[in-house]
Design a protein around this ligand. Structure first.
Ligand code: BES
Ligand code: MN
Ligand code: ZN
Length: 504
């Protein structure tokens, strides 16, 4: 599996003791603008705390947020290394972001196998247990590394191959730390699914991985090709018909809410490899299309997170898993398929496949499960990258309240959304000469016509579509993520559920 940080707690006094095993440890302390640690940390450090101002003077360290001072072989301490992290605001009103501090700790300590953090502050956080949870989550998110195919195995102190192995957060609330592990596991699962190569992760093997959520109490139903034929999912099946790998739809259900409460539903595009099909993509960069299942990965990671933390909600995750390949049996431009809804679709470009997959999964979820709302996630269009780059995902919705709640969850988690329009005039662009609609709308407004297409398969159910082509894969690395598969959206949707849909 992928490398990850193991977290635990200890007391601040214990943290200063010599290490039980050989190899030593790194000690982390936080200081304010006067270079003062918290009172408990200062008491534990005793006279050794004097190394901090001396070292700071040597390199102009002022204790600002985001800055760090690394002291090797600190006099008077059993630790091999003392990492001092600043918490003093750079600007008026700037707050300490404990999530980022967790990320920064891992970034600075890449090499250390054992880490002890004195989680104590001169200006303590208002909500100490939330701060500890955020810090722990930051450690976990930044500590993820996908290295299972590096045959030169990661050694414990090889900074190239993994962050710190074991971190003890001294003085932190153990329950708060335990509480974020399931969420971090969900993000890591999503990342790993996106990172895995397409010869290993294909519709059946993806479905097998989703099936593993049964261990957490999730009910998992797998629809095979005959089952989908019986339902009439010809739009989805048309995409997969050129592949040796049979398509699958997986429905995951977590029933943590009251018995008859309508479920909230999440739907993911799971194109395990998108070659474009007969409308073949150019070769350069095609390998990235192993990540065209990032929406499905997010939904699976979210279900993992909700079930691990026993969320008080009925949640449903449905993923459409296919491989889009060119072949003698593949779908052609010009083909007309009938979706499960009865809508006929003229295929103009076999590379506009994601919307065909989602059309049938959205329709099925809406009718079979009558959800309170549906949110779909899809690496749907290159055009969303043109519009928003990799900073925001595109948000399309038929419901203002759902759109606002999602936007707010995005602001809180940093997985940001920008709302884009839908509207009847765009619908004209997908009218077909031969069928009810066609699967592409021309060059202009490419992300909008794709969303408009999806809306044809949603009736009155509140629905939102997130176009994550820019954020789900190949994302720019940052304080919290160094992985190609970003796991984007798991924290966003966990937040949405937590803030608005859990029965408390
Ligand atoms: N999977 C792609 C979209 C994509 C592009 C995802 C770049 C991630 C990065 C999607 O299936 C696709 O090929 N879309 C076409 C649609 C077009 C044919 C109307 C596109 O965006 O070019
Ligand atoms: Mn495509
Ligand atoms: Zn695609």
């Amino acid at each position: 599996m992928s490398a990850s940080v193991t977290l635990g707690v200890m007391s601040i006094a214990e943290a200063l003791a010599p290490p039980a095993e050989s190899g030593g440890y790194a000690l982390v302390v936080f200081v304010n603008g006067a270079l003062a640690p918290g009172a408990a940390a200062a008491a534990a450090l005793g006279e050794a705390a004097g190394v901090i101002p001396r070292a700071a003077a040597a390199c102009d360290f002022k204790g600002k947020i985001g800055s760090a001072l690394d002291i090797l072989a600190p006099a008077g301490l059993a630790a091999q290394r003392l990492l001092v992290l600043g918490t003093a605001p750079e600007k008026e009103g700037e707050k300490v972001d404990y999530l980022r501090l967790g990320g920064l700790t891992v970034a600075k300590l890449g090499k250390a196998a054992q880490v002890r953090v004195l989680f104590d502050f001169a200006a303590p956080p208002e909500d100490a247990s939330a701060a500890a949870g955020d810090f722990a989550l930051g450690l976990r998110l930044r500590g993820y590394k996908f290295d299972q195919f590096k045959s030169k195995k990661a050694s414990k102190d090889d900074s190239e191959n993994g962050g710190p192995a074991d971190v003890k957060i001294a003085g932190a609330d153990e329950a708060a730390i335990a509480g974020v592990q399931g969420l971090a596991d969900g993000v890591d699962l999503a990342r790993t699914l996106v990172n895995l190569p397409p010869n290993l992760l294909y519709p059946e093997s993806f479905a097998d991985k989703a099936k593993e959520l049964e261990k957490l109490g999730v009910a998992v139903e797998i629809l095979d090709v005959p089952a989908m034929e019986a339902l009439g999912m010809r739009a989805l099946l048309g995409v997969g018909q050129g592949s040796k790998r049979p398509s699958r739809v997986v429905v995951m259900r977590w029933n943590g809410g009251t018995k008859d409460a309508q479920p909230v539903a999440f739907v993911g595009k799971g194109v395990c490899f998108d070659s474009g099909g007969v409308s073949l993509k150019p070769g350069a960069g095609m390998e990235d299309m192993k990540g065209d299942m990032a929406g499905a990965a997010c939904v699976t990671g979210l279900m993992h997170a909700l079930a691990s933390r026993k969320a008080a909600v009925n949640a449903l995750g449905a993923i459409g898993l296919v491989e889009n390949m060119p072949d003698g049996a593949a779908q052609r431009p010009g083909d007309i398929v009938t979706a499960m809804s009865g809508t006929t679709i003229e295929i103009i470009n076999t590379d506009a496949e994601g919307r065909l997959v989602l059309a049938d999964v959205l329709w099925h979820v809406q009718n079979a499960y009558k959800p309170a709302f549906m949110v779909d996630l899809a690496t749907l269009t290159g055009a969303i990258l043109v519009a928003l780059g990799q900073e925001y995902a595109g948000l399309f919705s038929n419901n203002d309240e759902l759109a606002e709640r999602l936007t707010e969850a995005g602001t809180k988690t940093g997985e940001k959304l920008w709302r884009m329009p839908l509207g009847a005039p765009y619908d004209k662009l997908i009218e077909s000469k031969f069928a009810d609609i066609k699967n592409t709308g021309g060059r202009n407004a490419g992300s909008i016509t794709a969303a408009q297409f999806l809306q044809r398969f949603v009736n009155d159910t509140p629905w939102a579509h997130l176009d994550i082509a820019g954020t789900g894969m190949s994302a720019p690395t940052n304080d919290l993520n160094q992985s190609w598969g970003s796991g984007w959206g798991v924290r966003l949707l966990d937040r949405l559920v937590r803030d608005y849909y859990e029965q408390k």
